[in-house]
Design a protein around this ligand. Structure first.
Ligand code: SF4
Length: 217
């Protein structure tokens, strides 16, 4: 069991799946830079995190619910947790995670949803067999079965996150195509960004010289 002060942010799972170096830069070195993609995602989450609970068609809807697991050493907020009436009279929880964009090929969104469910199960002493992912572009929910395989993958990633955090070692930089969409690109590899913008400037200047827009000195 982890102590309260050892709990790590659940949001780190998304960063770690995207890139271990990004996780370490944000959570170990405490760096953060916002780009358009993270800003859009944040706005969508702020709407879901508004902490206004309501009842709709017999379902209690809790927004921005604080969740945690002492067993896994994890804490965070769930966008939405719905409580549905079950036959046994107990309200059955169902996490709903909001995402900008469209469904991804990888398991990252399902893992984040599953981590929320694991926290809720520990807190409420209930089992949660499924939840939903809501995608901004599709504007509809996708039902996600929280099966054994997904639970194992989620717990393995959480364990890896604790290892990196405890080791406090930031993995070395290695350029990959996805780096171009990374909110930390300029902080992670500033030389690459500088050389790219210098190359763009020189290409533009050469084109202008070729078209006679500026004189070749
Ligand atoms: S720029 Fe690339 S290597 Fe650096 S943190 Fe982002 S994804 Fe990872």
């Amino acid at each position: 069991m982890f102590a309260e002060e050892e709990l790590l942010p659940l949001s780190g799972l998304q960063h770690l799946q995207f890139c271990a170096r990004q996780y370490a830069l944000i959570h170990v070195e405490q760096l953060w830079e916002e780009n358009r993609l993270t800003a859009e995602g944040r706005l969508m989450h702020e709407h879901a995190d508004s902490e206004q609970d309501e009842w709709r068609d017999g379902v209690r809807i809790c927004r921005g619910m604080r969740i945690r697991s002492l067993r896994l050493g994890l804490a965070g907020r769930a966008d939405i947790v719905e409580f549905h009436s079950a036959e046994c009279g107990v309200m059955q929880p169902r996490p709903v995670e909001y995402k900008r964009g469209r469904p991804k090929k990888g398991p990252e969104d399902r893992i984040q949803l599953c981590a929320q469910a694991l926290c809720l199960e520990e807190m409420l002493g209930l089992s949660i067999p499924e939840g939903d992912l809501y995608y901004g572009t599709q504007r509809r929910r996708q039902v996600i079965a929280l099966d054994h395989q997904l639970r194992e993958a989620t717990e393995a990633l959480i364990a890896r996150m604790h290892l990196i955090f405890q080791g406090s070692v930031t993995p070395k930089v290695a350029y990959k195509p996805k780096c171009d969409n990374c909110s930390l690109l300029a902080l992670c590899m500033p030389h690459s960004v500088c050389s790219k913008s210098a190359r763009r400037y020189l290409d533009g200047a050469l084109r202008k010289i070729e078209h006679g827009e500026i004189e070749n000195p």
